[in-house]
Ligand binder design. Structure first.
Ligand SMILES: Nc1ncnc2c1ncn2[C@@H]1O[C@H](COP(=O)(O)OP(=O)(O)OP(=O)(O)O)[C@@H](O)[C@H]1O
Ligand SMILES: [Mg+2]
Length: 242
């Protein structure tokens, strides 16, 4: 603990570890359903270094989304600790967690989660508007991001006028616009046909390889899991690596 640093602004203790971007220490997550507590994750420990790509696999209901939501600070463990970039964020305030989420993490979901009335461009710009950017600056950055995912010609379309694969590209551009170190995706190809799924997979892999974005992807797709550097399986509440 000699190297621990106390940050007076956010009241948190930073403990330098290895170069882990994500560190989970003995995470348990139990849901209270009626009087019957339902354990979902049990003593899960994991360390992911910057630039790695990881698949999370496991049967339906095994706890993959629960685990991803804990890593993404959308949910809190019942016990155990989560450190992001060496900072223990387990008991940070909702505001501090929201700031870390906004600055460090991009999310992609199976159902895209785009706002239906906004154009692709404005959907992508949204995270920067939340950060307080001027509208024009946010739109310029969004245009660059839309081009990066190969959708320059569709920037002004609303989601309903885009294909599933194009909507997922918009969602990926939106997840990346804040330059997150970590991209979390929950079954990003679950709603796509196999050809489109392959395109989205290569886009994610190229972001990992060329820009060093750390990738954690929940998937049922064996082909996708095989392309990641690491494959983590959730089974009976525990995490196994194969
Ligand atoms: N808010 C909740 N309240 C109670 N139980 C929950 C809640 N969320 C999830 N669960 C339970 O936790 C278990 C794991 O759910 P989770 O969504 O993490 O599974 P999953 O592995 O992502 O499944 P799938 O592949 O179907 O998406 C399930 O049994 C589910 O019913
Ligand atoms: Mg799930």
């Amino acid at each position: 603990m000699d190297d621990a640093v106390f940050n007076e602004e956010n009241g948190q203790l930073t403990i330098p570890t290895d170069r882990s971007l994500i560190q989970l220490n003995e995470i348990c997550r139990t849901y209270d359903v009626g009087t019957d507590p339902q354990p979902v994750l049990h003593q899960v420990s994991l360390s992911v270094t910057r630039g790695q790509s990881c698949a999370i696999v496991g049967s339906s209901g095994s706890g993959k989304s629960t685990l991803l939501n804990i890593i993404g600070l959308l949910d809190q463990p019942t016990s155990g600790h989560i450190l992001l970039d060496g900072q223990d964020i387990t008991h940070a305030s909702p505001e501090a967690r929201a700031i870390t989420r906004n600055q460090t993490i991009g999310f992609v979901f199976q159902s895209f989660n785009l706002l239906p009335r906004l154009s692709a461009l404005d959907n992508v710009a949204l995270p920067l508007l939340y950060r307080g950017y001027e509208r024009q600056a946010a739109r310029r950055a969004a245009q660059r991001e839309i081009e990066r995912v190969g959708l320059a010609k569709r920037a002004h379309y609303i989601p309903a006028d885009l294909s599933g694969g194009q909507r997922q590209r918009v969602a990926i551009a939106r997840a990346l616009i804040g330059k997150p170190a970590l991209l979390l995706a929950d079954e990003p190809t679950g709603n796509l046909d196999s050809g489109t799924a392959k395109e989205i997979l290569s886009l994610l892999l190229s972001l990992n390889r060329e820009q060093g974005v750390t990738l954690v992807v929940v998937t049922h797709d064996e082909r996708m899991a095989q392309q990641m550097q690491r494959c983590l399986r959730v089974e009976d509440g525990r995490l196994h690596e194969s």
